[in-house]
Design a binder for this molecule. Structure first.
Ligand SMILES: Nc1nc2c(ncn2[C@@H]2O[C@H](COP(=O)(O)OP(=O)(O)OP(=O)(O)O)[C@@H](O)[C@H]2O)c(=O)[nH]1
Length: 215
């Protein structure tokens, strides 16, 4: 791990990072392809926690990135309005965007439309977008139903799932689905059938359900 990476990791762990922040999840030179993935959404929806959950859980332990030979560079962003112009500049060249809201905070859900408008304005045309309703562990405080998230995602034609950085629910699945979509796109030939991210997510959820997982 580089000293820059170590210091970024420390910032995130300390909770001192409140700026656009680069987190390279792996060491560049070992990989053939590099993808830039960003987490977006209102302040305090849980972007940093989802990233830390992924990286410190599945990413390091599971080693799935090394086996497919990609460099999965994940950028955490500040949700606060005052950083918005900086954030635009960063997601211009992102290949995938994970857009989060907090299921216990209606305003963060209502703002998703505005986020999507900005994304369509500033991001690449073929960017992979995924909508995540985070903090699904907070059942008692829930104000946004699962179906509302699903409906919004369907309207925009993007995959959706609820996540919890606290329990880890669906965090790995979200990143794995994105990684698969990006790698399949990079490798696929024009005549090959396209990878179906929606089908992949549903099949993984069913597998998890059948083995006692929480969905
Ligand atoms: N219960 C619960 N709390 C969460 C979850 N994810 C994040 N939190 C809490 O929500 C708060 C905000 O989390 P952050 O990860 O800092 O949010 P952020 O979106 O990165 O915020 P900004 O950096 O301001 O944009 C913290 O108090 C977290 O502990 C979750 O899945 N469940």
């Amino acid at each position: 791990m580089s000293s820059r990476q170590a210091s970024l990791d420390q910032e995130v762990k300390n909770g001192t990072s409140r700026n656009v922040l680069e987190r390279c999840a792996s060491v560049n030179e070992y990989f053939d392809i590099s993808f830039k993935v960003m987490l977006l959404g209102d302040s305090a929806v849980g972007k940093t926690c989802v990233l830390v959950r992924f990286k410190d859980g599945a990413f390091l332990g599971g080693n799935f990135i090394a086996t497919v030979g990609i460099d999965f560079r994940i950028w955490d962003t500040a949700g606060q309005e005052r950083f918005r112009s900086v954030t635009h500049a960063y997601y211009r060249d992102a290949q995938a965007l994970l857009l989060l809201y907090d299921i216990t905070r209606k305003s963060s859900f209502d703002n998703i439309r505005a986020w999507l408008t900005e994304i369509h304005e500033y991001a690449q045309k073929d960017v992979v977008i995924m909508l995540l309703g985070n903090k699904s562990d907070m059942a008692a405080e829930r104000v946004i139903k699962h179906e509302e998230g699903q409906k919004l995602a369907k309207e925009y034609g993007v995959p959706f799932m609820e996540t919890s950085a606290k329990t880890g629910l669906n965090v790995e699945l979200a990143f794995h689905a994105i990684a698969r979509e990006l790698t399949q796109r990079a490798a696929s030939q024009p005549h090959e059938p396209k990878f179906q991210i929606h089908d992949y997510i549903e099949s993984q959820k069913q597998k998890s359900n059948c083995c006692g997982g929480l969905m």
